[in-house]
Design a protein around this ligand. Sequence first.
Ligand SMILES: Cc1cc2nc3c(=O)[nH]c(=O)nc-3n(C[C@H](O)[C@H](O)[C@H](O)COP(=O)(O)O)c2cc1C
Length: 388
Amino acid sequence: MSSDLPTLHTGPGPLDFPDSPLGRAVRQPMMLGLFLPLQTGAFSQSTLPRGTRWDFPYNRHLTEVAESYGFEFVFGLQQWVPKGGFGGETRYRENFLDPFMSTVALSASTSSILTISTVHVLYGNWHPLHLARFAATADHISGGRYGLNIVTGYAANEPLMFGMERIQHDNRYDMADEFVSVMEDLWAGEDNLTYDGRYYRLTDAYVSPRPRYGRPILVSASGSPAGFAYAGRHSDIVFTSSPAGAEFDRAIEALPAHVAKIKQAARDAGREVKVIINPTVICRETDAEAKAYYDSIVSHADMGSIEAYARRHQGGDAKGWQQHVPADRIVGGHIQIVGDPDTVTAQIARLRDAGMDGIQIGFYDYLPELHFFGEHVLPRLKAAGLRL
Ligand SMILES: Cc1cc2nc3c(=O)[nH]c(=O)nc-3n(C[C@H](O)[C@H](O)[C@H](O)COP(=O)(O)O)c2cc1C
């Protein structure tokens, strides 16, 4: 933002309160999140039969199970898809529950887990006053457990659905910076806000009730220098992806330098951020069984939807996952962890060594695999000092 604009106030955030839900969550050496399957096919484009469902009762049950295992958060993706989603045999993402509404509802039926929703702040001329009040209300409903994952939208077709042209990549982060700065001022709530900015104007605007711990949790998901700079200024948590594709050994080489850049961007802004990544975890009693299960998922690739999804990425302008190949989509995740409980524990430890503060896990068949993880991997993570 240019310096000739009136000053916006920034109040404290949830990390400034050690006993806020986020303040407690970050005490974990490795935070655990569940990437909710709020959309058909979740994150894996394979036809191998499974019990994963997109409906709300299923997601509510998963959230309750994750909470019972002590997971710190659940998280919802946001995309806008045309009729039939990405098609293929699975009709990938044909049904897509809105993550904002779903996570607010989930927060009302849980008591300790953080619920985080992705929001495209630039689509449809949405105003920061709307989101500041919606999120303050969600914060109130959840008792300070609500988080916004602010994204600017990389897909080519989504802005068209909202009657807009796509905004240039770095300019989007500039607009998001002003959007979120306005919300931060409203949440700080010192006085009515009158502001005439580059993108947004408000006259005597105010939001009450105010969020319990200064403001809702702010998250962003990015892989580019402009995204890191935005995150450094505003985010408590940054979701990032592997800059070297989803295969574990290649990804783990590239991650330390990548994470260091994100943390440095926050230090440049006089702040601190936590960095997390989204693995798909394929865990079975033995390494051989896990590998066989992985191969079986891959051999059932839903090529129709993978080709449609690859077109989305070719048409998009995300900088963060250029090394990801369409085949990574079959199993899903921005990094893939495959093995028995000891192998999975060891790989999560390597992610910690690479600088990650948490993982946001996706599974192929969510419910049984979440239970298997809770019963077999969690105790090992504790024994390894990765969980309190
Ligand atoms: C874990 C993760 C979750 C993401 N979730 C969404 C999402 O729900 N909707 C969306 O449009 N983009 C999502 N993105 C994409 C990012 O907003 C961003 O466009 C991408 O990481 C590329 O970064 P860049 O825009 O800084 O180049 C996600 C990215 C990551 C790493």
